[in-house]
Write a protein that binds this ligand. Sequence first.
Ligand code: SAH
Length: 243
Amino acid sequence: MKAAKIRLYVEQPLGQGQTVPLDRAQAHYLFGVMRQATGDAVLVFNGQDGEWRARVMEAGKRGGLIKAEERTAPQNDPPDLWLLFAPIKKARTDFIVEKAAEMGAARIVPVQTEFTNAERIRQDRLQAHAVEAAEQCGGTFVPEVTGLHALSRLLADWPQERQLMFCDEALAGHSSALSGGLVRGAPWAILIGPEGGFSQAERDRLAALPFAHAVSLGPRILRADTAAVAAMTLWQRHLGDWA
Ligand code: SAH
């Protein structure tokens, strides 16, 4: 069996001969968990400079040093797609962030809607999930996970050129799939509601916004985590980098 490639996200610049110090967590992962040692090669990326093969120069318990040797893949950024979702239970919220990173979201924005239960999120934990997903899926980009924003505020300050795919459970079973005539290459966002769905007031407000497009995700009501993956699949297929 071919050993799985070890990929590590780092924050430092990457280039030929560039050395990168490793922090405690990275050293623990590479040397403790993955059993790498001085002289071994690992793949690294920083979200900007593509993927590099790097050599382990120093391996310690609390740190280490690697040196970038050769670029193995160019930088590949996802389309300009934001995923807005209302946080749900912890494990399902983690799942949404992980899947959004794999599916190619450029930015992940937890939103507080009228029927959202969660009042706070662990942004650092969610960001760590996005990093792990990028390491695992071969991507060279890590989406930013923002803090929790109130949906009403976000909509008030919305950049008008960014289109919004509003996934409305009230349209389940209606034929309002993502329709033709939508601009490719434009910035977009997807909006997924909480377990309790959207309020009528939210629905009315969204209906009046010129950049919002209400969309059905088929005849069944999906759980929010399923809906997030389904919506991103649909968008990527029609307007994104699967098309
Ligand atoms: N409790 C609500 C369902 C919420 S589902 C009810 O029973 O009506 C959680 C979120 O997933 C929704 O807010 C919506 O954004 C999305 N969603 C689920 N199924 C959908 C569908 N068939 N069409 C569009 N959006 C859907």
